[in-house]
Design a protein around this ligand. Sequence first.
Ligand code: AHM
Ligand code: MG
Length: 348
Amino acid sequence: TSSKKSQYEIQTLTGWLLKQEQSGVIDAELTIVLSSISLACKQIASLVQRAGISNLTGVQGATNVQGEDQKKLDVVSNEVFSSCLRSSGRTGIIASEEEDIPVAVEESYSGNYVVVFDPLDGSSNIDAAVSTGSIFGIYRPTEECLANLDDDENGALNQQAQNCIVNVCQPGSNLLSAGYCMYSSSVIMVLSVGNGVYGFTLDPLYGEFVLTHNGIKIPSKGKIYAFNEGNYQLWDDKLKKYIDDLKDPGPTGKPYSARYIGSLVGDFHRTMLYGGIYGYPRDKKSKNGKLRLLYECAPMSFLAEQAGGKGSDGHRRVLDIHPEEVHQRVPLFIGSTEEVEKLEKYLA
Ligand code: AHM
Ligand code: MG
């Protein structure tokens, strides 16, 4: 036998996960949870791609607990994600941006991981077939998951609900793994298990995620900024000054470029690869910005740091923020280290 690499050898996500498991980076339970997430993402990818054909565009007619219109695909994707995690048998508690409260998983046994997710982020883009994505984060429970309490007991149910909230409200610095899947011209799964950031592109012929981005590093600076500038008049003066200065051509004659999809996954993916900064600040109307700490800001900040960049709320490291409630929002500034530090100086 030869140890020479065959030209036909491909590294799939499944193979990569097994390697991580063999080398002791993750355990067998986490491998199963991550595989079930990749299955959910494949399913959502195919739903997103066929949305216009299979009548899945438009709104569902309901609003979520945060008062936002739910799209049909928000609801379906949430169901897909939840059911993949439940049937993995390795998840104790799941918390979704689309659900009122985190819930215990009846079927869980060993592992009992806590998984937070936004099943379909940026769904306002769906009807125009623009990029969307799923975001997830995985924690170890801080307290034993009370998944199998007797339903009849009211006290037991309250205890279980409390247990779920405590286990979900962990700072991002406790994340074991986080990632996103982007549904765009390619479907790309980007994840970290704490030893760097890896990207896998879905090969539509094989139906497998194939390693295409081996060890992503965010450039330390980059002249692209992604903010919803429609909110400019609602921002505070320090932030306005920062943005004004980015537009100043300076001696080189080259100001920063603006790029904004309005889809965190797409905007962040580009920021990771090209460098620059993505921001969702607080403003006069939204005191804590728009993005959710648990499902959006913490997982993305974990990835940013793992790729050598930074995630900040303008003053503090996002991963150090201890959530007080499950749907808590925080301002987010994320991307190249030098760009985030520059922004923090303006806001100081
Ligand atoms: P969603 O979770 O309801 O889809 O909202 C999150 C999205 C992010 O993907 C995106 O970065 C942001 O909202 C865009 O907001 P805005 O339209 O205010 O610029
Ligand atoms: Mg979202």
